[in-house]
Design a protein around this ligand. Structure first.
Ligand code: DOR
Length: 467
């Protein structure tokens, strides 16, 4: 079905074993340094040409007048629950949600069941993913207090995830000697969940038994985040180890990050903000209750402002979702039985396009934070930008389309969204994964179009490769 503003597509038949060539015409293309109304040609799974000669032969033309073409979103922090927790989410449902949302590559966290803490577990997840993922995939290897040998040897992974502070599951490395060994004896980039266990415990004791979810933000407070972040920075600096700080939740951490990224060892550090920490605050507990219970906890309106200014001035480089689905029944248990986490991949791009629509940032910034910066942070080959030779992971977005998020609409297995009821302006209307259409006109592919993301850590991370 074609909508008035939807991409119009004319296709010819193609002999087998020849690469299909598609011209996207009429859209404004968000290129690395400018936005230009030029045509883009996809050949097979690559971007073959930008601004091709008019007579360039193609098999198919997509008329995308009125739309913008951006690189596919790279979400570097998701929990897709397979294997082991598939009553909450699974790889097919999660990656269909990705395709719908314009996310073409994801990096997934190791707190599945079993945990991804060895090469065997990584290989098993990659094998599952190759059968099930509609979009491209990568999986972190998880740290435990005793698996440094596994972390040293791990391959086919963006890096090592440490929970310096417990969250869903039992992956936790709080012991200083174990942390020292991980930072000293491994070479893969490290990323961490930073909330200080001792501070959380002390706060919990001080507050006592509580069924008020607002206490979640008092137990996992500013100090818990700051203490753990300082600890991780200290480890990374002393061991000269590449480090990416996940889901920064407080304004207090922003100057700490700024010190690192302007210091002598700036090439070591990058940091990320999640949409819920940018856009929700403790005042929203009245409306959302345990649905917005997440770790690190949601903080205050002043923290929202601090995180936005950190993002806008380049202190924080990446915007991600921390897509962490739980069923509605699980979430609706009384606090503190209610688990922490909320879904995000299906709506993240639309939420940020809506922020651009509201004038809070530009489309180019959204593309930088969600596509280019995460690809460079994790040294992912051929992703993140619209350039000749890169993978044809592309999204057409309609910056004028208005739609209200609803729980019934979600492809994610958990079937709810903290953004339900919000009208957003700006939506993805078509997604290509490696040159194949993964989402169009309300229809999401079920094919395993995704491929394993390739990492080249010799590229040296975000700062070395920055323009
Ligand atoms: O809120 C969260 N939920 N934060 C995390 O770090 C983990 C996640 C989950 O896996 O549920």
């Amino acid at each position: 079905m074609l909508t008035a503003r939807g991409p119009h597509c004319v296709a010819d038949r193609k002999p087998e074993n020849e690469e299909m060539r598609t011209r996207i015409t009429g859209a404004d293309i968000v290129l690395p340094r400018e936005t230009a109304r030029v045509d883009v040609v996809i050949e097979g799974d690559k971007i073959a040409d930008i601004d091709p000669a008019p007579q360039t032969a193609v098999d198919e033309t997509v008329d995308a007048a009125g739309l913008h073409l951006i690189p596919g979103v790279v979400d570097d922090q998701v929990h897709f629950r397979e294997p082991g927790l598939t009553h909450k989410e699974d790889l097919l449902r999660a990656t269909r949600a990705c395709a719908r949302g314009g996310v073409t590559t994801f990096l997934e966290m190791p707190n599945t069941s079993p945990t991804t803490t060895s090469q065997a577990a990584l290989d098993a997840k990659l094998a599952l993913a190759s059968q099930k993922c509609v979009v491209n995939y990568g999986f972190y290897v998880g740290a435990t207090p005793t698996n440094v040998a596994d972390l040293r040897e791990a391959r086919r992974t963006p890096g090592i995830k440490i929970f310096i502070g417990s969250s869903t599951g039992d992956l936790l490395v709080d012991d200083q000697d174990a942390l020292e060994r991980i930072f000293a004896e491994t070479t893969l980039p490290i990323t961490a969940h930073c909330e200080d266990e001792a501070t959380i415990r002390a706060n919990r004791e001080r507050i006592g038994p509580t069924a008020d979810v607002r206490d979640h933000s008092r137990i996992r407070d500013h100090r818990a985040a700051v203490v753990a972040t300082e600890r991780a920075f200290d480890l990374a600096r002393r061991h000269n180890h590449r480090f990416h700080l996940l889901h920064v939740s407080t304004a207090d951490e922003v100057p700490l990050i700024r010190e690192q990224i302007t210091g002598d060892q700036r090439q070591l550090f990058t940091a990320e903000a999640c949409l819920h920490h940018l856009l929700l605050n403790v005042d929203d507990y009245d409306r959302l209750g345990t649905l917005m219970q997440v770790n690190p906890s949601i903080k205050t309106a002043a923290d929202n402002e601090g995180l936005w200014s950190g993002l806008l001035d380049g202190t924080l480089q990446v915007v991600a979702t921390d897509h962490a689905p739980h069923t509605l029944e699980e979430k609706q248990q009384p606090y503190p039985q209610s688990p922490s986490g909320m879904p995000g991949v299906e709506t993240s791009l639309a939420v940020m396009l809506d922020q651009a629509h509201q004038g809070r940032c530009t489309l180019q910034q959204v593309v930088h934070w969600m596509c280019d910066a995460p690809a460079r942070t994790w040294d992912i080959l051929h992703k993140g930008r619209i350039e000749v030779g890169r993978d044809a992971d592309l999204v057409l977005v309609d910056l004028e389309q208005k739609r209200t998020v609803s729980n019934e609409d979600q492809h994610s297995k958990c079937g709810w969204s903290a953004w339900a009821g919000r009208e957003l302006t700006g939506w993805p209307v078509r997604t290509w994964v490696m040159g194949q259409v993964a989402y169009q006109d309300g229809r999401v592919s079920e094919e395993s179009l995704g491929q394993e993301a390739q990492f080249d850590h010799a590229l040296g991370g975000f700062w070395v490769t920055q323009d």
